[in-house]
Design a protein around this ligand. Structure first.
Ligand code: ARG
Length: 297
């Protein structure tokens, strides 16, 4: 079932089956990371400008932070000619079915041909690690960029699905059937917020960070209907410092780009602990902490 308006919501969250937190994190080395083409507005001034040494230091700090939070990283190798492969949230959507204990991933259909060849590497990685690897139907002509646009509601088998730039709404019809989960679809209306993970960050079952300008009124109302507390992030922090591309792996710590002071204050006010990381080299390509990792069950 795809929910597109607040009136259509015919369930309460506690009626949706529960989902444990994923505890394993996949990270991909930035060996071949750079800005070599422009497929989002953040990349436009940054062709060839990545400092590889700095990128490596920043990536290692991300890895160390996950390790310190008891998420032992599984490291994949970046490939030459695939400069965005480091953003390993985008090529798959991991899933878990507690009833059958099935662990799997659904493969993405990248919008840009620059990124299409990243997907088979992740298909192989997850297959070799024993995950069920699913694909959207061959006949379906739709884009889908994994956890760039599809986010699990923490603790529930409910998906939030962003569409408009990188993912098409039709993908969610197929995904909802494939995984047998309800999906709340959110139209993205501002190209700076081209993926849902740039503008909505579910922290726990009750709280989310939000960039209000990324959504239309209907989207905002859908988010308000299912989260008790929606924390609006200052627009410049969300738009230029990727404050919503944050990640809360444990319901308590929130990993985010350093210097988002308004966001940090709000997080502390709601008893979260901001953990600041410098991802400036990756922001040149339009991504920060959330898209530099993939959580799997
Ligand atoms: N340059 C990459 C792209 O535009 C950045 C992806 C960042 N990932 C994300 N989930 N926001 O595809």
């Amino acid at each position: 079932m795809i929910y597109r308006t607040p009136d259509a919501l015919d369930f309460r969250l506690d009626e949706i089956s529960s989902l444990p937190r994923p505890r394993r994190v996949v990270l991909t080395t930035p060996t071949h990371f750079d800005v070599e083409y422009v497929i989002n507005p953040h990349m436009s001034e940054n062709m060839g400008s990545v400092n590889k040494d700095v990128a490596w230091q920043q990536w290692k700090a991300v890895r160390a932070t996950y390790a310190a939070l008891d998420c032992a990283p599984v490291v994949a190798n970046g490939r030459s000619g695939l400069p965005d492969m480091v953003f390993c949230a985008n090529q798959t959507l991991p899933f878990y079915d507690p009833d059958t204990e099935t662990r799997g991933v659904v493969l993405s259909r990248m919008h840009s041909e620059h990124r299409t060849d990243e997907v088979p590497y992740y298909a192989q990685l997850f297959e070799e690690a024993g995950y069920v690897v699913e694909s959207l139907p061959d006949a379906l002509n739709a884009d889908f960029e994994g956890m760039g646009d599809a986010l699990w509601h923490p603790g529930r088998r409910l998906l939030w699905g962003g569409y408009g730039y990188r993912t098409s709404i039709e993908a969610y019809e197929a995904l909802g059937e494939l995984l047998d989960v309800p999906i709340v679809a959110l139209r993205l209306v501002d190209p700076d917020y081209y993926h849902l993970d740039t503008c909505l960050c579910p922290l726990d079952a009750q709280h989310a960070l939000l960039a209000p300008e990324a959504f239309d009124e209907t989207g905002r109302a859908l988010i308000d209907a299912l989260f008790d507390t929606v924390i609006d992030v200052p627009d410049h922090e969300a738009r230029h410092q990727f404050a919503c591309n944050a990640h809360c792996p444990d319901g308590h710590h929130v990993l985010l780009q350093e210097g988002c002071e308004g966001t940090n204050d709000q997080l502390r006010a709601h008893d979260f602990v901001p953990v600041e990381l410098d991802t400036s080299e990756f922001m040149k390509s339009g991504g920060s902490v959330f898209c530099m990792k993939q959580m799997v069950w």
